[in-house]
Design a protein around this ligand. Structure first.
Ligand code: BTN
Length: 187
């Protein structure tokens, strides 16, 4: 395969990943009364971008998605978009998504983690759950005035669902990687 056709294929995967994140947004978020941040499916697509495309191309697909949201397209769960979501209570989570593919992608590369399902899950938990929650909770507490401890405790409600998303995403992406030579060398 020539360099040019390899690059075209990778960019097609970047576009597909952005589209997949947008499709996950068609599932409306589940509001949770005691914290103004919904349970969503879209964060699973963000994790997958880093797992499948590696740091650079994963970052490119998530950046494209967030720029479309910033431009006003209603692509976040429940059909929200525009600059205001970047200062809303969930803005810390949304902005953290930018860095998720970088963290997951570089950790996967450094530890050759795709060799083990468990290590790969652990890395996705670090980059896609713990990092996102820390940034999300810090912003939530600052923006709403909710005490930090309470914000942290409330955000634990996301953990069971997010762990299921980690298991699903790692299992699916490993299958795609086995079958697809183009993405194999990206991480
Ligand atoms: C948005 O306003 O659409 C962004 C929502 C951010 C939701 C965060 S992502 C991590 C955690 N897991 C969830 O299911 N929801 C929160």
């Amino acid at each position: 395969m020539t360099y040019q056709s390899q690059r075209t294929k990778i960019l097609a995967y970047v576009a597909m990943m952005t589209t997949f994140i947008i499709i996950l947004g068609l599932f409306p978020g589940i509001p949770i009364g005691f914290i103004p941040v919904p349970i969503v499916l879209q964060n699973m697509g963000i994790m997958m971008a880093g797992e499948l495309l590696g740091p650079r191309y994963g970052f490119l697909s998530v950046t494209t998605f967030l720029l479309l949201v910033l431009a006003g397209l209603p692509l976040l769960s429940g059909g929200r978009g525009g600059a205001s979501v970047f200062v809303s209570p969930s803005a810390g989570y949304i902005i953290s998504w930018l860095f998720v593919p970088l963290i997951i992608g570089y950790l996967l590369k450094s530890f050759q983690a795709h060799q083990s399902w468990w290590v790969e899950c652990l890395i996705v938990i670090i980059g896609g759950v713990i990092f996102v929650d820390i940034l999300g909770v810090l912003w939530l507490s600052w923006q709403t005035g909710m005490p930090l401890g309470l914000a942290l405790k409330s955000s634990l409600v996301f953990i069971p669902g997010d762990l299921i998303k980690v298991i699903l995403s790692v299992t699916i992406i490993r299958q795609i990687r086995i079958r697809n030579a183009v993405v194999q060398h990206l991480n």
